[in-house]
Ligand binder design. Structure first.
Ligand code: ADP
Ligand code: MG
Length: 229
């Protein structure tokens, strides 16, 4: 089992991001260009329209994901009941979990945990983590969601029994566009990291190949922290 904290050197991240965006958007653009040329004298117009449409959707999806990153200052903090928030997330993910035969089991090691956050953004964090957990268990299994208080932090762990992450890939998790999935964007963990970072929190991964992966997310409990931001 290997553990590492996810953090990012800002400058190298911007460079990687720019290169990644250019690459990810150039591919569908090149293909759209090609198919538009083919359309001019083709019988199979419908087929080409479909490809063009799906390539445009991919560009739209990627730019939407990137726009989330571009608005870090818009956070409106409010006192939020973590349990209530996580229950809403589980509800949102229940259909996808059911379809993959995954059960999400919650363990509350504290009665009430309140954090200062923008709920929509923190929901996005746990949607991303649960989605990855479900995708790591194509044959089903259990995801444990554990919430507790640890020192001055709220600690939330998302624990799956999925494929795990090979040690040589662990350092790449969270780099823009790093994905091992055919239809992945490789933006989920980076967006997750960014949201957590802007809330004064941390995220780390621990993974054991073919045994499972645990993401640990920590948020400060003290509300004074936010009075200066
Ligand atoms: P995407 O899900 O689109 O691939 P992410 O940024 O969410 O992008 O994840 C990046 C990569 O990290 C995934 O492609 C996968 O290889 C790895 N990963 C993330 N979460 C898990 C997990 N729970 N189990 C195994 N691998 C994971
Ligand atoms: Mg993902």
């Amino acid at each position: 089992s290997m553990e590492r904290a996810i953090h990012a050197d800002k400058l190298s991240m911007i460079g990687q991001l720019a290169a990644g965006v250019a690459h990810e958007i150039r591919n569908p653009l090149t293909s759209i260009n090609g198919f538009i040329k083919l359309l001019k004298d083709s019988q199979a117009k419908e087929y080409y329209y479909e490809i063009i449409e799906s390539e445009l959707k991919r560009i739209e999806f990627i730019t939407n994901e990137l726009l989330i990153l571009a608005k870090p200052n818009a956070i409106r903090f409010q006192k939020t009941c973590l349990r209530h928030l996580l229950e809403q997330v589980i509800e949102l993910m229940s259909v996808q979990a059911l379809m993959s035969d995954v059960e999400i089991v919650c363990e509350w090691m504290a009665d009430e945990i309140f954090i200062s956050c923008e709920p929509v953004k923190i929901k996005q964090v746990f949607i991303n983590l649960l989605k990855n957990g479900i995708e790591a268990m194509p044959d089903g299994g259990v995801i444990n969601l554990i919430a507790l208080k640890e020192n001055e932090s709220a600690l939330i762990q998302v624990q799956d029994q999925g494929c795990g992450i090979p040690p040589d890939q662990l350092a790449k998790i969270g780099q823009p566009f790093f994905t091992t999935k055919d239809s992945g964007t490789g933006l989920g963990i980076m967006i997750t990291y960014n949201i957590i970072h802007h809330h004064g929190g941390t995220i780390s991964i621990e993974s054991c190949e073919s045994a499972g992966t645990t993401f640990s997310v920590r948020f400060p409990l003290k509300e004074e922290v936010w009075s200066t931001t």
